[in-house]
Ligand binder design. Structure first.
Ligand code: AMP
Length: 398
């Protein structure tokens, strides 16, 4: 079965066509600058990447252009659109309503709309993608929604409740939800497969370290805690997000700078993290280079990132009463050896030992990074959210 996987943002739409039998990616790419001008990037399997500048006033034109590219007689990978049998959509926030992926119906769309208050930047954009696909492909094609939050719905109350008046949970559902669930689920499962262990018997810690970053404790195949919260702002120090800070700092900065809530939230989401600390960049490659050249603030930003990550890992080892494997994934986790080494150094006391030479050399592959003597294995497991969405989609529509 060929599945079109869509990850739709407010001005972009990432796509892949995956053959679910071979799990081969037939084509992939992105539509960017939707509503501004428009740019389609299309890369067929084994072929050259094509870039087309074309007007995309809305996501509907973007979906049309993707489909035209897929059936283009010269560079397309499909003979006709009938060869797409299902569409899998990444949906960000499913609130407490969705503890697993679901076939998209009008009721589901309504329920996701109701969760939009919890994810005002993401859910409406995700649904625009759903509507655009319905418009272009028709309403009969089966579509599945795969939620970033769903995997974490297994968290126990003591992990997801905030220490604030209970009525805010009752009235407004203020609680920890967690994100990157598709990635945490995929990576934790894959790590157990790599080790030849039974997923249901394992205590896994997944460090999804990208521009957005979160850590998850997976015990017996279930998420029991994760570092992001009501929104993706909680937890680790990220590319541009602050992660955990004392809420009093919000009030203090707002007063000093004469800012309203939107103003401070913008600083915490877009001007903080390693970008804010270094004053230089949110990209870990830039910070690594700057550190090598002696830039003290870049060094400090990277050290803060490692320290915060190590603190979360330590707390999750306690939460699970142990750990059987630690995994690194996503842009930073799969590429930045210094960050992996910096984090793992905190766990020497537990007998965790990295193979430092190997760790320096490898990028973006499935590999064990620890020495054979290490008490706990440390793995690098490239994430593949699109494949995970494809698998979920097939499971629900077959
Ligand atoms: P993601 O959000 O998972 O796409 O990760 C994006 C981030 O990964 C970028 O902002 C970079 O900071 C980081 N990254 C990507 N490639 C490298 C690399 N080769 N070395 C260090 N960091 C990288």
């Amino acid at each position: 079965m060929n599945v079109l996987v869509i990850n739709c943002g407010s001005s972009s739409l990432k796509y892949q066509v995956i053959n679910s039998d071979s799990e081969e990616v037939l084509a992939k790419g992105i539509c960017e600058r939707i509503g501004i001008d428009g740019r389609l990037v299309y890369k067929p399997e084994g072929g050259e990447k094509e870039i087309t500048e074309a007007a995309m006033p809305t996501h509907t034109e973007a979906v049309r252009m993707v489909l035209d590219a897929l059936v283009n007689p010269k560079t397309g990978v499909l003979k006709s659109l009938d060869e797409i049998e299902a569409v899998g959509h990444r949906l960000v926030h499913g609130g407490e309503k969705f503890a697993s992926s679901t076939v998209i119906t009008e009721e589901v769309i309504k329920a996701v709309e109701e969760c939009s208050e919890l994810a005002p930047l993401h859910n409406p954009a995700n649904l625009i993608g759903v509507r655009a696909c319905q418009e272009v492909l028709g309403k009969d094609i089966p579509m599945v929604g795969v939620f970033d939050t769903a995997f974490h719905q297994t968290m126990p109350e003591e992990a997801y409740m905030y220490g604030i008046p209970y009525k805010y949970y009752e009235q407004y559902k203020v609680r920890k939800y967690g994100f990157h669930g598709t990635s945490h689920s995929y990576v934790s499962k894959r790590a157990c497969e790599m080790l030849g262990k039974n997923y249901e018997d394992m205590k896994v810690i997944v460090c999804h370290l990208g521009n957005g970053a979160s850590i998850c404790a997976v015990k017996n195949g279930k998420s029991i805690d994760t570092s992001m919260g009501l929104s993706p702002l909680e937890g680790l120090t990220m590319g541009t997000r602050s992660g955990d800070i004392d809420p009093s700092a919000v009030e203090y900065i707002a007063k000093k700078e004469n800012l309203d809530f939107d103003g401070v939230m913008n600083i915490l989401n877009k001007e903080s993290g390693v970008y804010g600390l270094s004053g230089l960049s949110s990209d870990f490659r830039d910070l690594e280079l700057a550190e090598e050249k002696g830039d003290e603030r870049s060094k400090m930003a990277r050290a803060v990132f490692c320290y915060r990550a190590a603190k979360y890992i330590g707390s999750y080892i306690t939460a699970m009463n142990g750990v059987d494997v630690i995994c690194f994934t996503a842009g930073v986790g799969e590429n930045d050896w210094g960050i992996r080494e910096g984090i793992c150094e905190y766990f020497g006391y537990m007998g965790i030992e990295m193979d430092k030479e190997l760790n320096k050399k490898v990028r973006g592959i499935e590999v064990t990074l620890s020495t054979p003597e290490s008490k706990i294995p440390v793995l690098m497991v490239p994430t593949n959210e699109e494949l995970a969405i494809c698998r979920e989609t097939v499971a629900l529509v077959k």
